[in-house]
Design a protein around this ligand. Structure first.
Ligand code: SAM
Length: 159
């Protein structure tokens, strides 16, 4: 159910077309202990609870080699967010911030990202720590930690 909660003081929404300019393919489902947004941490922590990420077929082979990384980046779709605010009042105190100056889940394309510890990878199931999203949040992508990653492709000029 999208978050159509009452707008806060000073917040500004805009009229937008129904977005059609990119089609995402959800590649899995994130399982966490949190059923309500109010219970989710604002940002995941390394000592947060173990959560699991189920990868949907046919994407299983895409996990090959991921087990080499202790930390991975997870991108997810904050599917209960409203998407039309340009100004937000996160503390309810009248102080306004532009959406792109926040990590709020409310954004035109509600993509969440988290660097998480990879605890285990068994078949299509990853166990991780460091998430902050609702149970059932759709998975958009997984990438190795950019600091630990070295490019597998030949070097390019300037890199
Ligand atoms: N770590 C991500 C980031 O920085 O891109 C997300 C941060 S956002 C502040 C995390 C908050 O989004 C949670 O505390 C919860 O209130 C909300 N949230 C979590 N899962 C959501 C979902 N599936 N749909 C909408 N809101 C969600």
């Amino acid at each position: 159910m999208p978050d159509q909660q009452t707008i806060r003081d000073g917040e500004q929404s805009v009229e937008t077309d129904h977005p059609t300019d990119a089609a995402l393919r959800f590649i899995g489902r994130i399982n966490t202990p949190w059923r309500r947004r109010a219970d989710c941490p604002r940002q995941g922590r390394p000592d947060g609870p173990e959560c699991t990420i189920e990868i949907f077929e046919p994407w299983g082979p895409a996990l090959r080699g991921l087990e080499r990384y202790d930390r991975i980046e997870v991108l997810y779709w904050l599917h209960h967010s409203r998407r039309d605010l340009v100004l937000q009042n996160p503390a309810h105190d009248g102080q306004l911030f532009g959406t792109f100056a926040l990590r709020s889940p409310v954004r035109p394309n509600p993509i969440g990202t988290a660097m998480v510890s990879l605890v285990a990878l068994q078949g299509l199931l990853l166990t991780v720590r460091g998430l902050d999203c609702l149970d059932g949040t759709p998975l958009v992508d997984i990438k190795p930690d950019r600091c630990a990653f070295s490019p597998k492709a030949p070097p390019k000029p300037g890199s």
